[in-house]
Design a protein around this ligand. Structure first.
Ligand SMILES: [Fe+2]
Length: 291
């Protein structure tokens, strides 16, 4: 039976291979753990530790390899391997990206963007349907971090995601840091983006660290790179508080995949996320009591 986080705004941490032996041995007080199934599919030792750990923690499965957005169809073999792990672990939530990362059998290191038009919507809706039918579960689709927009896009990302939910019944994973990154890089208001999302469809939130870099060339500005390599930036914490007010409390992941720190550092960031949520929810309760 799947375990669920103890509170709606419980903050989880990623279970990365660097920490798996320590987590198995010490059972830290994390509210929940997120895994990338791709780390465990060809690693029997890690998989054995994961199955043991999963008996003690709620688990969220976040696939980085299902590649929903590619034009030549979902990789059925990969999806079948993910399903086998998902059935075994019985997570409280399964998610993936609004992106593509494989083409003609080649796995690419990046999550690549799609133009937001009718053709992409048809493709993605068909793939999300296939993923949900295969897994027998709702799939949560995550908003990407963007660096360039497509001139051929005919809808905004929020409109595209809203249509995708309406077409497939899928759910959304709102990466709050990605909203900040994309808003900065593409010049839109991240607060308005959050306000436009279908709140009831959002099942999880992400917070990840990023770096601000100077671009090359005359008159160049700055670009934010979504590195998942640093503590959460103040701007993302502020946007997270806004998302909690607008969307409500949701399980929230501290996403840290590069230059991975100690478990204690990850747990401290998760603790901060829970304190931000407690403050925001307390505000709401005080307003309701006074009103
Ligand atoms: Fe994310």
């Amino acid at each position: 039976m799947s375990r669920t986080p103890h509170a709606l705004a419980a903050a989880g941490i990623g279970l990365r291979l660097q920490h798996i032996a320590e987590v198995a041995a010490t059972r830290p007080r994390a509210a929940w753990l997120e895994i990338h199934p791709e780390n465990f599919l060809a690693n029997p030792h890690a998989r054995e530790l994961l199955e043991d750990i999963a008996s003690d923690y709620p688990i969220s499965v976040h696939s980085v390899g299902v590649s929903n957005g590619r034009a030549d169809g979902v990789d059925c073999g990969h999806l079948a391997r993910v399903k086998e792990l998902v059935d075994r672990i019985d997570p409280f939530l399964v998610s993936g990206h609004l992106a593509w990362s494989t083409h003609e059998g080649e796995y690419l290191n990046d999550l690549l963007p799609l133009p937001y038009d009718r053709e992409s919507l048809e493709t993605l809706a068909a793939h999300v349907d296939e993923v949900q039918q295969t897994l027998g579960r709702l799939y949560h689709v995550e908003n990407p971090s963007n660096y360039l927009g497509f001139t051929g896009s005919t809808m905004t990302e929020v409109e595209f995601l809203t249509e995708l939910v309406a077409r497939t019944g899928c759910r959304l994973l709102c990466d709050v840091s990605n909203v900040h990154v994309s808003g900065f890089n593409l010049g839109y208001d991240p607060y308005a983006y959050i306000d436009g999302l279908p709140a009831e469809a959002i099942g999880e939130m992400h917070l990840g660290g990023f770096v601000v870099e100077d671009e090359d060339g005359p008159g160049a500005g700055q670009v934010i790179i979504d590195t998942h390599s640093r503590p959460i930036d103040a701007a993302a914490w502020d946007l997270y508080a806004h998302a909690l007010r607008r969307i409500g409390p949701r399980p929230t992941l501290i996403e840290w995949d590069n230059e991975i720190p100690t478990l204690a550092t990850l747990m401290a960031e998760a603790g901060r996320a829970e304190r931000v949520a407690a403050e925001v929810l307390g505000e709401g309760q005080r307003r309701a009591a006074a009103g």
